[in-house]
Ligand binder design. Structure first.
Ligand SMILES: [Zn+2]
Length: 382
């Protein structure tokens, strides 16, 4: 007998072109064969069940507001960890059941991930990178991840693996949010990045490289990173795609995490939107592997706004709603190596989002959350 049966609604499995009218059952935290009787039945007439959403790039330790840096600097570790737990809880309530945190103090990120897995606090399943590896004074140095030179970056990788991180994040270019870094130039040489990648792979971790400018992206790609974050091809004159680098990304099978936020909608209709759209469309057209990510936690990018960001992504990349939904479910699961989730197949983790209406037609339905199930547990209200 299943623990839970959701009936009366439609279900979309994360892959198919349509949703179908059928019940979904959960037993022991995983999806099961529906049966007539269940310990608990919930009528979800008028709703659609989809796999829980996956956020590929967040910062749980920031407040998503213009004063993010002052607030971060003023808080001690205890306050930061509580903020991270609160942000994680808000993401789960929005149906985001898996989150990769790509920048927080290492011990806090690892502690929160483990506390959620142990049932101490409620939140999405986390993958964490801890403090991004960055040059002295480099992008996000204040998260505690400065390391220089080939030996330095190897040590940085070893320290993070010892602490228990899931991914290695490296800042391959400067960043818009850190004064006195250069967004357009690489922070590390190709040899330094190569040493970092080699050390990470030796220890069975994959590398996600933050890179905005074409030179930083090119260095990361040449060094063989597994994933490029942002990949925005920023130049002093705006976004400008580099077709040679994009072709190399596709040829090497490097994953792109484009970090498209709900806040980016304010640029719609401007040249900036058009140039960014060209970059994203060129990545898809070249056959690059793209997952969904938003960089939530930075200003104008609330943690729980993945649904809104998916609508922006759909318009920016010219995707039908269902294709955008695939990015944030089955595709992101595959690209993050999480083969136990992302679809509604039997035996997968019971991570479910139930929304009113039909998100396959209207991504706005993602804001009308009826129910969230994470690892088979129905999220307590509030
Ligand atoms: Zn970020």
């Amino acid at each position: 007998m299943p623990d839970l049966l959701l009936h009366g609604g439609r279900a979309w499995d994360g892959l198919a072109d349509t949703a179908e009218q059928r019940p979904v059952a959960v037993t022991g935290g995983v999806l099961a064969r529906p049966a007539e009787d269940a310990a608990r039945g919930i009528d979800i007439t008028g709703c659609t069940i989809i796999p829980g959403l996956i956020e590929g790039h967040t910062h749980l330790c920031w407040n998503a507001a213009p004063d993010w840096r002052q607030v971060y600097d003023a808080e001690d570790d205890a306050a930061r960890l509580l903020r991270m737990a609160g942000n994680a809880r808000s993401m789960l309530a929005a149906g985001i059941t898996t989150v990769r945190d790509l920048g927080a103090p290492t011990h806090l990120a690892v502690a929160l991930r483990d506390a959620i897995r142990n049932g101490v606090v409620e939140g999405p399943d986390l993958l964490v990178a801890g403090a991004p590896v960055t040059v002295t004074g480099g992008h996000c140095w204040f998260l505690g991840g400065e390391a220089d030179g080939e030996l330095g970056v190897r040590v940085a990788v070893r320290e993070r693996v010892r602490a228990g991180v899931d991914w290695i994040k490296v800042m391959a270019s400067g960043g818009n949010m850190t004064p006195d870094t250069n967004v357009y130039a690489p922070q590390y040489t190709v040899d330094e990045l190569r040493a970092l990648v080699e050390e990470a792979h030796r220890l069975d971790r994959r590398v996600a490289a933050h890179a905005h400018g074409a030179e930083g992206i090119r260095a990361a790609v040449e060094a063989g990173v597994d994933m490029v974050e942002h990949c925005s091809f920023q130049t002093p004159e705006g976004h400008a795609k580099d077709d040679i680098v994009i072709a190399e990304i596709a040829r090497k099978g490097i994953i792109v995490s484009p970090t498209v936020s709900v806040g980016f909608a304010r640029w719609e209709g401007t040249e900036r939107w058009e140039r960014r759209s060209e970059v994203v469309r060129a990545l898809f057209a070249a056959g690059a592997r793209v997952l969904m990510s938003t960089d939530s936690g930075i200003p104008n990018n609330p943690h729980a706004a993945l649904g809104g960001a998916l609508a922006v992504m759909a318009r920016l990349a010219g995707l039908a709603p269902i294709k955008a939904l695939r990015l944030a479910t089955s595709t992101s699961a595959t690209l993050l190596g999480l083969l136990d989730r992302g679809t509604l197949e039997q035996g997968r983790r019971a991570d479910l989002l139930v929304v009113e209406g039909d998100p396959l037609e209207d991504l706005g339905a993602l804001d009308r959350v009826r129910l969230v199930v994470a690892g088979g547990r129905v999220l307590s209200p509030g």
